[in-house]
Design a protein around this ligand. Structure first.
Ligand code: ADP
Ligand code: MG
Length: 665
């Protein structure tokens, strides 16, 4: 083959010149993954090392729940219960429910923001910054980072080592900006995010529902200030969120408010002061929580002058009726949106502290016609699921538990000679990013075709073709001088983005593909088995293809050297020339003969190299002597016909990019 340039879609391949950047995720540390439920009201961290039952980690006072509250009253921020204690006196410097502001612009917030906001030049109204006094402005991401930091340290104490990575849960309806903000917060807190996981999916994992073959599950999550109903479909171990509905302003806080009003009325207080109101809310909350276990509880409101007032569960349920009624609409809507009726529900999972309220539990049972699963603490179940997933992603695959997010089949590009260079290997955890750099094969090359393939086989023709695209505008450079970086980015939703970029000019091309689309588990299984069956055969094919590529390069280099200096008898004595001509003719013949195996092709290549070696050495010396010393090694190599770089390559990788237009054999 000669590298001709009939048009810009031309020519030759790109040689790989750097080792694959494969530790795109560094090696993980099995057992050091942590699961975090970053809640609106409370946050938790749990671990499940090496397949253990998940354990939620408590603070030094034995408290597992960390109030998602950060106080900026003092110089250094304070998180959790201590921050909560400062809220009544400094309502504008103690930030709670920051999750509501994540990934949001001021204009996205419905209703008044209960904090003073500030701006920095350049914000242009797009960034929320809480003004927490003393000229300090903090973003929701920074506030969340403070919470995550406390959880990270808690995990570090329990593990005796820094966590390797975290699975952080987010509501199923979180959009890209909200997810990105959550990831940013984790980074600030010094946590690597293995992945974000939908809260309802985490709850389902905690109950091991993924061990079923398939099913429809409803996750009913009533927290402090948010209500979410999700309908999940499990199909062959993968959960899909069919529908979510809810109310972002409905939760246990509303029960507290209803009960607090009742208590203030019992005390005869008509216009409560802020302190009376704050106290009433606090007491209402603890009475409410007690009534989840007992049928009667006593309330004392010192500021309002109410002493040992008895509240029965019945009274509580009566005053809460208006709040409870609001749960029905979203529950029905979620089923309707998912297109399923009550009869097809296989299970209901209760999540969120407020589902401990017996009236809420009964309501869920009535709405879905099933006794809900509630044997895992509803305020811990999401963290449990996150911990299980984190343990798996840290490198502890479990029997019977589906890996939600590994690459089912290797992803790669077709290289010179029809071989496959795998860029993301099978079973790599996603999200993942991997990169390889290729170089040009000849100076005539101004474009290349990236053929993205999926599969375990060595030859591209035996793999599944996912996409093919061209990168144009590669500058004309001597062989090995262009640098084309090919990046594979597989995000958590299994969306693959392939980018090819020429590093000198920056020209780039990108495509997106959904790589697993259309592949069932059986197909994946079959393709993997097939690759094992064909392993020997594939190896031989690859070996032969590599040998052909190597031989072709030597032919090209020798031809160019002959064209430039073949008539210079000082550089090439005539008897040497005829040696080279014979070896060259053999080599060209070998390329045309489709039957030669790798070993034969290599022998022929070595003979040609040996014949041309003295000529190449003389050209190199002449080039150096004639003042090329100031030029780069690459240019000199080009000028002398490439033999030096060939030697370097012999031991290393020989992957090349194929351009199907130009490879003529
Ligand atoms: P979030 O997901 O919004 O962070 P949680 O799931 O932690 O919220 O739920 C917090 C809510 O659960 C609070 O309103 C709290 O009062 C309520 N809660 C916690 N325990 C109980 C209980 N035993 N009985 C009733 N409500 C409870
Ligand atoms: Mg929650």
């Amino acid at each position: 083959m000669t590298a001709s340039a009939p048009n810009t879609l031309t020519s030759g391949g790109l040689f790989q010149i750097e080792e694959p950047d494969r530790p795109a995720h560094r090696p993980r540390k099995a057992g050091l993954g942590i699961g975090i439920d970053l809640g609106t009201t409370h946050s938790l961290v749990a671990i499940a090392p090496h397949g253990a039952t998940p354990r939620v980690l408590a603070d030094d006072q034995g408290r597992a729940l960390l109030p998602s509250v950060v106080s900026y009253v003092g110089e250094t921020p304070v998180v959790g219960y201590a921050a909560l204690a400062q809220q009544v006196d400094h309502p504008d410097r103690v930030i709670s429910s920051v999750k509501r502001f994540m990934g949001r612009a001021p204009e996205d917030i419905d209703g008044p923001v209960p904090y003073a906001l500030g701006e920095r030049p350049g914000d242009e109204g797009r960034v929320i910054r809480f003004d927490v006094g003393q000229g300090r402005l903090v973003t929701p991401v920074e506030v969340s980072a403070r919470i995550l930091e406390v959880l990270r340290r808690r995990a570090e104490d329990a593990l005796g080592a820094p966590p390797d990575g975290a699975v952080i849960t987010v509501p199923a309806y979180f959009d890209d900006a909200q997810r990105q903000a959550t990831k940013d917060a984790a980074r600030i807190a010094g946590l690597e995010v293995y992945r974000l996981l939908a809260e309802p999916t985490a709850a389902a994992l905690a109950y091991g529902l993924d061990r079923n073959e398939q099913g429809i599950f409803v996750v009913f999550d009533l927290g402090g200030g948010t209500f979410d109903v999700s309908v999940l479909r499990l199909d062959r171990g993968v959960f899909q969120v069919l529908a979510t509905a809810g109310d972002t302003a409905l939760g246990g806080d509303d029960l507290d408010r209803a009960l607090a009003e009742h208590l203030l009325a019992e005390a005869g207080v008509e216009a409560p002061t802020p302190h009376q109101r704050a106290e009433a809310l606090e007491i209402a909350r603890s009475v409410k929580e007690r009534l989840s276990v007992d049928t009667v509880a006593a309330a004392t409101l010192r500021h309002a002058g109410l002493e040992d007032h008895e509240v029965t569960r019945e009274t509580f349920e009566r005053v809460c009726q208006p709040v409870l009624r609001r749960l029905k609409g979203p529950a029905r809507r979620a089923l309707a949106d998912a297109g399923i009726d009550r009869e097809s529900i296989d299970g209901v999972v209760l999540v969120g502290g407020s589902t401990r309220v017996p009236a809420v539990k009964h309501l869920a049972e009535r709405l879905f016609g099933k006794k809900p699963l509630d044997d895992i603490d509803p305020d811990k179940v999401v963290a449990w699921g996150a911990a299980i997933q984190a343990d798996i992603l840290s490198g502890n695959p479990r029997d019977g538990v589906t890996l939600l997010d590994v690459v089912p089949l290797s992803l790669g590009v077709e290289t010179m000679g029809g071989m496959v260079e795998k860029i993301i290997p099978r079973n790599a955890p996603i999200p993942i990013r991997a990169r390889q750099v290729f170089t040009n094969y000849s100076e005539e090359q101004t474009g290349m075709t990236i053929h993205v393939v999926q599969g375990e086989r060595e030859m591209a023709a035996d793999c599944r073709s996912l996409a093919r695209f061209d990168l144009q505008g590669i500058p004309r450079l001597p062989p090995s001088m262009a640098r084309v970086e090919v990046t594979f980015q597989l995000d958590a939703d299994a969306l693959l983005t392939v980018t090819a970029r020429e590093l000198m000019t920056g020209v780039a091309q990108t495509v997106q593909v959904k790589p697993t689309f259309g592949l069932s588990d059986e197909e994946v299984e079959r393709l993997v088995l097939e690759s094992l069956d064909h392993a020997d055969e594939d190896f031989a094919a690859r070996d032969r293809a590599e040998a052909r590529v190597e031989l072709d390069r030597v032919i090209t280099a020798v031809r160019r050297a002959l064209a430039e200096d073949g008539d210079d008898e000082k550089l090439l004595p005539p008897d040497e020339r005829s040696n080279i001509d014979t070896a060259l003719a053999d080599a060209v013949g070998a390329m045309d003969d489709g039957n030669l195996d790798a070993a034969a092709l290599r022998r022929i290549r070595e003979r040609l190299e040996a014949a041309a070696e003295p000529f190449a050495r003389r050209r190199m010396e002449a080039a150096l002597a004639s003042g090329m010393a100031g030029r780069s090694v690459g240019e000199i190599e080009h000028a002398v016909g490439d033999e030096a770089t060939l030697d370097e390559r012999r031991g290393g990788h020989h992957a090349t990019m194929e351009d199907p237009v130009a490879v003529t054999e």
